[in-house]
Design a protein around this ligand. Structure first.
Ligand SMILES: C[S@@+](CC[C@H](N)C(=O)[O-])C[C@H]1O[C@@H](n2cnc3c(N)ncnc32)[C@H](O)[C@@H]1O
Length: 349
């Protein structure tokens, strides 16, 4: 079995495509009544990547954030292609997403766009078909708009992509869409400023807590630790040493072993835990901080008057708080939505 595995070694930003794939496979295996992505499961089984083993930790809130995003996008795209059954759907920054296999109605044309190194690996794992084509270009390169069929409607999805780009770049991208693909629609997730910084404690992708709500704070801190384990077990020792060196808490773990880390963590009070997480995340801010936070989709209409808001709603809207999920994951979903930390924006240009 091992010999048939396809080696995937991504670097830099391309590495960020593994976690969403793994989350979709993991939740499909563990909570198939909530989400089912058979192609993602198959891909993870076929792939050989150091990042796959890294992501093999307990299911946590981060996995659910990524799957909720896929569920919401799928629903919005399905509604669009019901009205436009021959539309082009363009997955911007597709990574190893398997949206085509979840959504296909038999008549759409699907395009998977990503940077050349990702598309090269993607094609090995997921060959193109007569109705799904890869585009090896940056989404900021206007020439991709000429690579797609436009006569039956164009819908784009952009999951986990825009957060890496500045407001100026995102704004320019929307003007480019309005120029080149007028009438097209796009769905993406928007992170609020509070998704990155809350009550003096840093967070990422919806993490964060308020000392005014100690029970929720404790539950979120528990989840944050579970997610942090993902990071900790994968980074090399010298990076761990640097991370420990950056700590401003009164005490530090005895060693870089996870067991020592956990012992140390459990001795901290809630404020110290917040401080510690903040110190760690500050060191990784490039990866974790959203570069283009948005509170309300209507802010975008100020960028360009051709932008129309079709809909916006909280990330976990209508996602079942399944009793089999841990209480802290369910609380995390409620908290994220209550505070408007991550929203789904559906825009027309
Ligand atoms: C967090 S991953 C998300 C992957 C996928 N959308 C998903 O949900 O599974 C971000 C993806 O954006 C891609 N990306 C980053 N910069 C890009 C660019 N300028 N143009 C196109 N894709 C880009 C990365 O290569 C990576 O595959």
């Amino acid at each position: 079995m091992q010999q048939n595995k396809t080696k995937v070694n991504f670097n830099g930003i391309a590495r960020t495509s593994i976690a969403p794939l793994y989350a979709r496979a993991k939740i499909s295996n563990e909570y198939s009544s909530i989400f089912n992505d058979a192609k993602a499961v198959e891909l993870v089984e076929r792939m050989d990547s150091d990042l796959i083993s890294i992501n093999k930790v307990d299911t946590n809130y981060f996995d659910f954030s990524l799957v909720a995003r896929a569920i919401q996008f799928d629903n919005v795209v399905k509604a669009y292609i019901k009205e436009h059954p021959h539309a082009s759907v363009v997955n911007l920054g597709t990574g190893l997403d398997t949206g085509f296999y979840r959504i296909d109605n038999g008549t759409i044309h699907w395009y998977d766009l990503d940077l050349p190194e990702v598309i090269e690996a993607r094609k090995q794992l997921i060959p193109e078909t007569d109705r799904s084509t890869c585009i090896a270009k940056s989404f900021l390169d206007p020439s991709w708009c000429q690579d797609i069929k436009t006569e039956s409607g164009v819908f784009m999805v952009a999951g986990g992509l825009l957060r890496y780009f500045s407001e100026t770049q995102v704004c320019q991208f929307f003007s480019l869409l309005a120029d080149r693909l007028p009438g097209s629609e796009i769905v993406f997730e928007a992170e609020s400023k509070s998704s990155s910084i809350v009550d003096g404690n840093s967070g990422a992708y919806g993490v964060g807590w308020s000392d005014h709500e100690p029970e929720k704070r404790d539950a979120l801190q528990t989840e944050a630790l579970r997610a942090f384990k993902n990071v900790w077990v994968r980074v090399p020792k010298d990076v761990k040493d640097r991370m420990l060196g950056a700590l401003t808490t009164p005490t530090k773990p005895q060693s870089t072993e996870w067991e020592d880390f956990e012992v140390w963590w459990n001795q901290l009070n809630a404020q110290e835990k917040g401080k510690a997480m903040s110190d760690f995340l500050a060191g990784h801010s490039k990866d974790l901080k959203c570069e283009c936070p948005l509170e309300d989709a209507n802010e975008m209409t100020m960028w360009d008057n051709r932008i129309t808001v079709v809909d916006q709603f909280p990330l976990f809207r209508d996602i079942p708080r399944d009793p089999s999920l841990s209480l802290s994951i369910r609380q995390f979903m409620d908290y994220t939505d209550e505070k408007g930390r991550i929203k789904i924006f559906h825009i027309r240009v």
